[in-house]
Design a protein around this ligand. Structure first.
Ligand code: GTP
Length: 415
């Protein structure tokens, strides 16, 4: 007799000791090998007024000329009339690990007399990337999902030394729920150490006051003490005071450093005593790149998706955490499953209806075109027929009738 399987929640899990090596300890290596083979992908957006050093910083971060050197950019380049969104994708490789890096730039941001709506094209772009992902998820074949979502947005704050500008606040307020915001103080070498410290305090106060959520490299229970300390160190530097440069200088002793040269000395980009560039790179590339992607998928995208589906009238599964008896729990799970199915069905129906509507509109359009063509041809034929009729009539009236024709028409001839 088949007994129904016990629901997962009622299964008692017992800890067992292995009597020898089985091999599943190798699972992390399998994941590692697979990931390296597949390669990684990361999309980063840079936003800030023109000339704040965005392209220089990106080149410095990835230690490559993603942006062509300024001298090679044509001087005839016209300034954009509105905020544009442009992306550059490059495949880079380090120690056999491949990374497809996309940098999304936003030329024109903050460069106009009226910058009131500067944030809008950028928000639209981020949301349209979410929409494209949602649309792919709803497809019947979801085997190859292209993820073009923005995983991090580096926001460049002008090194005024005062506080955030209304434009900075408006941008961050509008976008913090859609993207991992990483604020940086641009060209930090133009401020003294004390000025940077005071500026950071004021920026953080503004961010707190306006309840803006910036990305705070999280720490997990399973992290060891060293990682936790490193993370605290990173978080304590936010907003990162950065300096960018792809120029190298010989500082003696066979040491070459990337930095900016002044009459009084060299500001070293990779020196933590000089700026926070190293900490930014550590968070963005070395320790939290995957976390940034996960947060984008699990929190930012998920919230957007829920909002979008709720706006379409589809309800989110109620997730209630409470002690219940197994039968009640099973019933709840069954209901939740049904709701999930209904939600999926509604999503599919919505997509299907949109497709049908699109097809119908196209069909109607081609039907109208066909009808118009048919009418046109009919009219042309009609006209042709009338002309021929007229010609025939004129011919018949000007020419004597042949006996055969007269006979056909019912006339009789007397011989
Ligand atoms: P747009 O392409 O116009 O948006 O400019 P951008 O923000 O990409 O600035 P870009 O990197 O082209 O730098 C503009 C100028 O600032 C260049 O002359 C850079 O050499 C200089 N610059 C870049 N980073 C820094 C920095 O950290 N400190 C200082 N002092 N100058 C910098």
């Amino acid at each position: 007799i088949d007994t129904p399987a016990a629901p997962v929640s009622t299964i008692n899990v017992v800890r067992k000791k292995l009597q020898g090596y089985v091999g599943f300890a190798n699972l992390p290596n399998q994941v590692h090998r697979k990931s390296v083979k597949k390669g990684f992908q990361f999309t980063c957006m840079v936003v800030g007024e023109s000339g704040l050093g965005k392209s220089t910083l990106v080149n410095t971060l990835f230690n490559t000329q993603l942006y062509p050197p300024r001298e090679n950019v044509a001087l005839t380049h016209e300034s954009p009339q509105t905020v544009e969104v442009k992306s550059i994708t490059s495949d880079i490789e380090e120690n056999g690990v491949k990374l497809r890096l996309t940098v999304v730039d936003t030329p024109g941001f903050g460069d106009f007399v009226n910058n009131e709506e500067s944030w809008k094209p950028i928000l639209d772009d981020i949301e349209s990337r979410f929409d494209a992902f949602l649309e792919q998820e709803n497809r019947v074949n979801r085997r190859k999902l292209a993820d073009n979502r923005i995983h991090a947005c580096i926001y460049f704050i002008s090194p005024t030394g005062h506080a955030l500008k209304p434009l900075d606040i408006e941008f961050m307020r509008r976008l913090h729920t859609r993207v991992n915001l990483i604020p940086v103080i641009a060209k930090a070498d133009t401020l003294t150490e004390e000025e940077v410290a005071a500026f950071k305090q004021r920026i953080l106060a503004d961010i707190n006051y306006h309840k803006i959520q910036i990305y705070q490299a999280p720490t997990y229970e399973y992290d060891d003490q060293e990682t936790v300390a490193e993370n605290h160190e990173i978080v304590s530097k936010i907003p990162f005071a950065v300096v960018g440069s792809d120029k190298e200088f010989d500082v003696g002793g066979g040491r070459c450093v990337r930095g900016r040269k002044y009459p009084w000395g060299i500001i070293e980009v990779d020196n933590e005593e000089h700026c926070d560039f190293v900490k930014l790179r550590q968070m963005l590339i070395r320790t939290h790149m995957e976390e940034l992607k996960e947060h984008t998928n699990n929190v930012l995208y998920e919230n957007y998706r829920t909002e979008k589906l709720a706006a379409m009238g589809i309800q989110q599964d109620p997730t209630v955490f409470k002690e219940v008896n197994p039968v009640q729990k099973m019933e709840e799970e069954r209901l939740a499953h049904e709701q999930k199915l209904a939600k999926m069905e509604a999503e599919m129906r919505a997509v299907f209806q949109a497709k049908v509507q699109e097809k119908e509109t196209k069909l109607k359009q081609s039907e109208e075109e066909l009808y118009a063509r048919h009418k046109e041809m009919k009219e042309a034929l009609e006209k042709q027929r009338a002309d021929l009729e007229e010609k025939r009539r004129r011919l018949e009236s000007g020419r004597p009738m042949t006996p055969e024709k007269a006979k056909k028409k019912g006339f009789s001839f007397n011989k």
